[in-house]
Design a protein around this ligand. Structure first.
Ligand code: MN
Length: 203
């Protein structure tokens, strides 16, 4: 069965960009809910319980049709939030490493990437996520709705921002753009780089 990992930092570590109360509710209630509902969905399916959530999401078409949407939503909720927590950290700069070099190469400049990512996140209608992914051997930015995962379209997620209102409403209310700008102060680029190198090794 799937379990919720503890955050790799304190709930208040991301202040003032993401507030402590949002982190507590988001991790302990929202993310826990996705884990619980994913476990419920696959409870009667012994063969699925040995798979990772990434494996489940990569092959939605192979799942029994009666639980496919549940796994997409709750498995996606589990995987997306796990990635999101892992790519956040205390305020730090943008290092000069392999992934930031690839960003500059594929988007023209770091600022252009930031513009594309921010616009993509700001324009999610309703609930969803903005992503930096490795698509074949190129970086790409796009959005998904609800809890849809890039894994389900064959891409490898490297960086993500949750733009569901529950991710920012306590502190930012309707000002999603301020939340997106704040996000760029707390990205764990070392972790994004590790994910990038692992993804490149697979392609
Ligand atoms: Mn969320």
């Amino acid at each position: 069965m799937f379990t919720l990992a503890k955050l790799p930092y304190a709930y208040n570590s991301l202040e003032p960009y993401i507030d402590e109360q949002t982190m507590i509710t988001h991790h302990d209630k929202h993310h826990q809910g996705y884990v619980d509902n994913l476990n419920k969905a696959i409870a009667g399916y012994q063969d699925l319980q040995d798979k990772t959530v990434e494996q489940l999401l990569s092959d939605l078409d192979k799942l029994p049709v009666e639980i496919r949407t549940l796994v997409k939503n709750h498995g996606g909720g589990h995987a997306n939030h796990s990635l999101f927590w892992s790519i956040l950290t205390k305020n730090q700069g943008v290092p000069d490493n392999q992934v930031t070099k690839a960003i500059i190469s594929d988007f023209g400049s770091f600022d252009k990437f930031k513009d594309v990512f921010s616009t993509t996140a700001a324009s999610v209608f309703g609930s969803g996520w903005a992503w930096l992914v490795l698509k074949k051997d190129k970086l790409a930015v796009y959005q998904t709705s609800n809890q849809d995962s890039p894994l389900s379209q064959g891409d490898i997620p490297l960086l993500t921002l949750d733009v569901w209102e529950h991710a920012y409403y306590l502190k930012y209310q309707n000002k999603r753009v301020d939340y997106i700008n704040a996000f760029f102060n707390i990205i764990n680029w070392q972790q994004v780089n590790q994910l990038f190198l692992a993804a490149k090794a697979k392609t």
